[in-house]
Design a protein around this ligand. Structure first.
Ligand code: ZN
Length: 128
């Protein structure tokens, strides 16, 4: 008779724990996991936008470098060639050249070809 009570108690405890676990998991998903994922998604989106702005500045700098130095399509400038054409206000303190917010690697490339970032999704649109 006593053992039966214990078994009943254990079943109630396990059941309560399962319900608690399920409620906790639901709460975590609603209040912790989803907002965190949304913040990450938001940061990725904002970073891609900031990187696109950098690529546009690099592209504009390439055009100005080509114009001022009588360069042709296919000529490749160095980062040091472009620094003076990058507006100071697009740079963070201490920077002399734009840096990808997700630490992608920029390839300046030849005049007439868009500069690229090594992070997937960071690119000047092909439909510009
Ligand atoms: Zn990038």
């Amino acid at each position: 008779m006593k053992t039966k009570h214990y078994i009943g108690l254990i079943i109630v405890l396990v059941g309560t724990n399962l319900v608690t676990f399920s409620i906790t998991r639901h709460w975590m998903k609603q209040h912790v996991l989803t907002p965190a994922q949304e913040r990450i998604d938001g940061y990725v989106k904002v970073s891609a936008q900031a990187c696109l702005e950098n690529l546009r500045q690099i592209d504009a700098a390439k055009e100005m470098w080509a114009l001022e130095n009588n360069k042709q399509k296919g000529d490749v400038p160095m980062e040091s060639d472009l620094k003076k054409y990058i507006p100071r206000d697009v740079l963070l303190p201490g920077q002399s050249f734009p840096v990808c917010p997700l630490h992608g690697f920029y390839t300046i490339g030849p005049v007439g070809i868009d500069p690229t970032c090594s992070v997937p999704g960071h690119a000047i649109s092909v439909t510009r």
